[in-house]
Every structure is written in structure tokens, then in C-alpha cells.
Design a protein around this ligand. Sequence first.
Ligand SMILES: Nc1ncnc2c1ncn2[C@@H]1O[C@H](COP(=O)(O)OP(=O)(O)OP(=O)(O)O)[C@@H](O)[C@H]1O
Ligand SMILES: [Mg+2]
Length: 296
Amino acid sequence: MPDTPQNPTREDRYGFSEWRMLPEPGWDQYWDRIYVPDETKRRMYNYARFTLSRRKAFSLVGLPVHGIALLRGKPGTGKSSLVKGLANKLAAELDEGELLFAEVNAHALPSQMLGDSQRNTVNLLERALPELAEKGHPVVVLIDEVDSIATDRDRASAGTDPVDVARATEAALQGLDHLAAAAPNMVIFATSNFPQAIDPAFLSRLDITFEIELPDVGTATDILQDALDEVGSDLDDDAVARAVEALAGASGRDVRKLVFEALVSRDSSIPVDAALQEKELWAAIDARAQLTGGGR
Ligand SMILES: Nc1ncnc2c1ncn2[C@@H]1O[C@H](COP(=O)(O)OP(=O)(O)OP(=O)(O)O)[C@@H](O)[C@H]1O
Ligand SMILES: [Mg+2]
């Protein structure tokens, strides 16, 4: 969602994250219109609320909560959106004040220059993020594609210097330990659709992992209906159910993009604001099936 003039995003001074204050009008959609099982949302919410408000009261020995969780799942299943939505929901529930939400650009950290990846990781975890935490607000951090920061030291890919990868990963582990102690008002949500590439020592520091599955039939129905409501359509419940049946294996992003695909593929003589027709949706479903090998 774009910046609003009153609420711009800002960069930390190392350039590794963009942050803004929440709540933000419109961001409730990232929670309310992302459909995952209620239990997933409940656990995410409880985890973040506990971590932000109660963690300070416990010793790190008694309850080793690092303030970091992982969302794992296929592309387009709503992971990044849910973190934004959760941050906004928590912000809206604060009695007073605001919540700081920071998005880390994980791709800015690894570097071809020897030693730079390690330095960048230290700057992010031991300087940039603690400085955000020092502003005194509750902080929610989203680190997308964390596998590029906490790369499994045994699986460093060809072309990268394994010693450099190992040093950067070790810096990430040390940085997380530092943050856990220095920033009890911060909770980090990392996402990955390639968790096999994450270092085991990083995985063992996670407080909790949320599996974000591809939508089941009920969830896909909610997503398709929501997307159709957005644009207006002539489909009744039975028509929606038939379409969902043909969309097995599609992510939430796929389902919504399909509706868009149907709109842009329609006959140009149809007014641009006319409701989407069932046959237009089916044309898009059939075109998708040609690509994925599924369909009617
Ligand atoms: N579970 C869902 N319910 C409703 N819409 C969804 C869902 N998942 C994805 N979408 C749609 O897809 C868009 C992209 O989702 P998002 O970027 O959060 O997915 P992601 O899991 O982070 O993907 P990636 O792994 O590729 O980063 C959302 O803005 C929304 O329009
Ligand atoms: Mg994402």
C-alpha cells in the first residue's frame, strides 16, 4: 500500500530497513482479507502480543524467548501480508502511542565483497534494529526471505565463498542473541519459502514456526469470493464452488490474479466497469490450466 503523505516510510541510517509508524488506515486488510485458518491467526496474534508485552518479565534462562518467529510456506500464500496485518492490528489495540513497523531488505545484506556480508549483518542486527527499538515503541520487524541472511553454512551455494557465508551466518546468530537481550520490545517475523536453506542454529533460535499452507477448498472459496466482490461479478455460490474446484493447488495470490487475468482478457467491447461474468472467469481458468496442466 502506498505511502500516505502524513505517514511516510523512512530508512534506517544503514539503509537495510524501511520503517513507519502504525496503525495505518487501510492496513487492516492485510489481516482481515488474508484468509488462513483461524487457529494460525490466533497463534500469531498471541505470540506477538506475549512477546511484545510479557517477555521483559522473564529471564532469558528461565524462558529463552528470542522474539523471532518464522513463517514458512509456498510463494503467494500471504506470509508477508499477515505480518503487516498483525503489526497493524496490534498497533490499533495499543491504549496509547504507536507501533513501529520495519521491513528489512534481506537482499541488501549479502555481498560479493569479502567480509561485507558479515559487516552488513552486524550493522543490521546490532546497530540498525537496536536503534529502532531505542525509540521506545513496540517494534514489529518483517525479514522476508531470511534464507539469504541466515544461510545454512553446509549448503553455501556455488560461487559464494563458504568462509564468507559462514562468517555472515555466525554474525546473524550472534546478532539475534544480542537483539534478544537488547530489544525486548521487538518481535521479528522472518519468512521463507525455502527453509531448507536456513542454518540449523538459526532454526533452533526460533520461538515458533507458523506453516502457511496453500488454501484448502473453504479458504480458496473465501479468497475467490473476496476478489470477485472487489470487482463485482455475476457468479452465484455454486459458480464460485465450481471455479474453486478447478483451482486446486493455487495460492491466494494465484486466485486473486486469476480474477485480474479474467478482467484484462475480456472482450474490449465490454465496458471497463462491467461486472465479471462466469464465462470470462472460466476463460482465465482454462488458460491457467493450459499452463499448469490442471483444469476441467
Ligand atoms: N491467504 C490469502 N488470502 C487472501 N489473499 C491472499 C492470500 N495469500 C496471498 N494473497 C494475495 O496475494 C498477495 C500477495 O501475498 P503475500 O505477498 O503476502 O504472499 P507471500 O506468502 O509473502 O509470498 P512470497 O513468498 O512470494 O513472498 C496478497 O496481497 C493477496 O492479494
Ligand atoms: Mg512475501
